[in-house]
Design a protein around this ligand. Structure first.
Ligand code: PLP
Length: 405
């Protein structure tokens, strides 16, 4: 039998990084379910709703019209117009067609933006807790992620003082994600003003604003964007967003962005040499999402808020837990400090949040450990699943904690 060549060298950029822990947890949950185990999966980072019917119909119509070919690298003119209209409506920002990028999900665009601008010696400030992919993406691009701890005491948010002390002559980007995955924390106008004051003093630092949860904000809030608070930052801010979370379209893989023309051009050059463009059919669907009736979004918000409230209430009743109420996104990120050091019925010590998450899987509930997001001891629960499952998951966590000694 022919053997695989064992000496094919895997590049350092891959050896430096690891697969996404949320993908790993999802795989573990699938594995246990396939074994017939009764598992409540609160690890998923995608809406549990189906994509709205008019969006699906728009995709079918695009196929029927024969829109099944390559599109321009930066998306169809129709999609670019829809994106520009959305940015104008939401942020009052006017972008030229040459400032828009369209990719296979916001994820591809974040990665490509870093690939276009980061190299050895370049630092990228990543406030923790962070979306799991940021540090690994920076590492894959040969850069250095500078992780800044933002604990519960600041509502999981970066302060001006922490930003100031993280900036060095090598800093190229600050990544800001509001509302945030995993905490749901959303920056207020005053908090953004304070960050903007620091950034204005450091004109060499660019800002990558990950706005993927911008429409998923609760309690009637419309949080401002950094570029609304400080117009001078528009020229060095790259906004990235997508239709995945807002319109339950994770599988369609459409992300978009807007920023300085030179960065957009560099991103487009890389896309032209890698994926060429995102699916033409998904682009037609994204136009329908952005331009169509937004009642789905409002309905989803009410449902997420109800689940968030149920989860926060149940989690705060668990001894050793503390859970801040998130202002947006569809996650809760409670502290589980009180369970660290305790022992399971099998005699295993819970030394950290990873041990705790593994113990919870054995007890029938899948969550992700805080360390994966750069802040311990916490766990992340997704409320993008039915309220009964959210409740049942929290009840199982409470029972599991009660068994610890
Ligand atoms: N940014 C954040 C903070 C996310 O949580 C996610 C998805 O989990 C993404 C970006 C990627 O979204 P997309 O599906 O558009 O690639």
């Amino acid at each position: 039998m022919k053997k695989d060549n064992p000496s094919l060298p895997i590049a350092g950029r891959v050896r430096r990084i690891k697969p996404s822990p949320s993908t790993q947890a999802a795989a573990r949950a699938r594995e246990l379910k396939a074994q017939g185990r009764d598992i409540v999966d609160l690890a998923l980072g995608e809406p549990d709703f189906d994509t709205p019917e008019p969006i699906k119909q728009a995709a079918c119509a695009a196929i029927a019209r024969g829109e099944t070919k390559y599109t321009p690298v930066n998306g169809t003119p129709r999609l670019r117009d829809a994106i520009r209209a959305k940015l104008l409506k939401r942020l009052g920002a006017t972008y030229g067609a040459n400032q828009i990028v369209v990719g296979c999900g916001a994820k591809q665009l974040i990665f490509t933006a870093l690939l276009a601008t980061v190299e050895t010696g370049v630092e990228v400030i990543v406030p923790a807790p962070y979306w799991v992919s940021y540090p690994d993406m920076v590492l894959a691009c040969d850069g250095t992620p500078v992780i800044v701890r933002c604990g519960e005491e600041t509502g999981f948010k970066l302060t001006a003082a922490a930003l100031e002390s993280a900036i060095t002559p090598h800093t190229r980007w600050l990544i800001l994600n509001s509302p945030s995955n995993p905490t749901g924390a959303s920056y207020t106008k005053d908090e953004l003003r304070a960050l903007a004051d620091v950034l204005i003093r450091h004109p060499e630092v660019y800002v990558l604003l990950d706005d993927i949860y911008d429409e998923i904000v609760f309690d009637g809030a419309t949080p401002p964007s950094l570029i609304q608070v400080e117009e001078r930052l528009v020229a060095r801010t790259l906004l990235l967003n997508g239709v995945s979370k807002t319109y339950a379209m994770t599988g369609w893989r459409i992300g978009y962005g807007a920023g300085p023309a030179a960065i957009a051009e560099a991103i487009n050059t890389l896309i032209s040499q890698s994926t060429s463009c995102p699916s033409s059919i998904s682009q037609a669907a994204a136009v329908a999402a952005l331009e169509g009736d937004q009642s789905f979004v409002h309905k989803a918000l009410g449902i997420y808020a109800e689940r968030r409230d149920a989860a926060v209430e149940l989690l705060n009743k668990i001894p050793g837990f503390h859970c801040i109420k998130p202002q947006g996104a569809f996650y809760v990120f409670p502290s589980c400090a009180g369970v660290i050091g305790k022992t399971t019925p099998e005699g295993k010590t819970i030394a950290n949040d990873h041990d705790f998450a593994m113990y919870l899987i054995d007890q029938g509930v899948v969550v992700i450990h805080g360390a994966a997001y750069g802040l311990s001891p916490h766990i992340r629960l997704s409320v993008a699943t039915g309220i009964e499952l959210v409740r049942e998951g929290c009840v199982r966590i409470a029972k599991a904690v009660a068994l610890l000694r």
